[in-house]
Design a protein around this ligand. Structure first.
Ligand code: A3P
Length: 285
């Protein structure tokens, strides 16, 4: 199992996208006051944020999302492409990250950089992650869905337990520098979510620009954007015939995967681990 992964502070991260050098780069990264981070636990809407942030920050210009692959357009701070593309990038720089709060680079905490933290119903994350493990050859085979749920709940997946990640980003002392958004509210009312994010980032979106950006960032459009749908990745690394990366883009797909017993088991663990957390569960169950 380990040959596919790099060890990092108790996490196993895929070698395909992470290295000792990339993690050192992230740890030493000099954060600027006008940097913008979208932070997520994997499968919570990271690729969506890589589509959303550039036009919000640049006044609605869709050129970057049409011409630059998502991983270079809004790179992961901790992944190997960061050092290659962030070096001479002009401000404001947009990045994504899956790092928990306490593993952000030291300069982040003293900066004024802003963070949009996107959460998603963990049941839908588990389903999305299960299918991702099937199609990505750089990840371990997930086993059966039931086996994968155990791995997910015990944190034997990328970036550990969902509950720890969410709690780490809820217990910060960066107050007005962080905006919490749910994947579900983005599905329900993308324009409202875009306006909320733009306001937080100090940007105005005219009604025309808002319409254009929301339309571009819809699931159906992103699915056909080669710069965002991972079709540029060779099939032996990501096999979309097993499961497309942009798979369903819906809420509540867990209902077609979980048995009543799995639902009860999953809910019990999550509920217990979130007890006392500064986090109101926005999902029905
Ligand atoms: P599903 O597998 O449930 O379809 P990440 O980018 O963090 O890895 O998350 C991937 C998930 O976000 C996938 O979920 C993907 O389809 C979904 N997603 C990406 N873009 C989306 C969009 N525009 N609208 C809705 N869901 C989107």
């Amino acid at each position: 199992m380990d040959e596919k992964y790099v060890h990092f502070n108790g996490y196993l991260l895929p070698k395909e996208t992470h290295s000792a050098e990339s993690l050192k780069y992230a740890a030493e990264f000099q954060v600027h006051d006008d940097d913008v981070f979208a932070v997520t636990y994997p499968k919570s809407g990271t690729t969506w944020m890589q589509e959303i942030l550039p036009p919000i920050l640049n006044g609605g210009d869709l050129t970057p999302v049409r011409t630059i692959p998502n991983w270079d357009r809004v790179p992961w701070l901790e992944e190997t492409r960061a050092a290659l593309v962030l070096g001479d990038r002009p401000s404001p720089r947009a990045m994504v990250s899956h790092l928990p709060y306490h593993l952000m680079p030291p300069s982040f905490y003293t900066s004024k950089a802003k963070v949009i933290y996107v959460t998603r119903n963990p049941k839908d994350i588990a389903v999305s992650s299960f299918h991702f493990h099937k199609m990505a050859s750089f990840l371990d085979d997930p086993g059966t869905f039931d086996e994968f749920l155990d791995k997910f709940l015990s944190g034997q997946v990328l970036f550990g337990k969902w509950t720890d990640h969410v709690k780490s980003w809820r217990n910060t002392d960066i107050e007005d520098r962080i905006l919490y958004v749910t994947y579900e509210e983005m599905v329900q009312d993308l324009k409202g979510a875009l306006l909320k994010m733009a306001r937080f980032l100090g940007r105005e979106l005219s009604p025309e620009v808002l319409e254009k950006v929301a339309s571009h960032c819809q699931f159906s459009n992103m699915k056909t954007n080669a710069m965002s749908n991972y079709s540029l990745v060779p099939q032996d690394i990501m096999d979309s015939s097993k499961s497309p990366f942009l798979r369903k883009g819906t809420t509540g797909d867990w209902r077609s995967h979980f048995s009543p017993e799995q639902d009860a088991r999953f809910s019990a663990v999550i509920k217990k681990e979130m007890e006392g957390a500064v986090f109101e569960f926005p999902w029905d169950d």
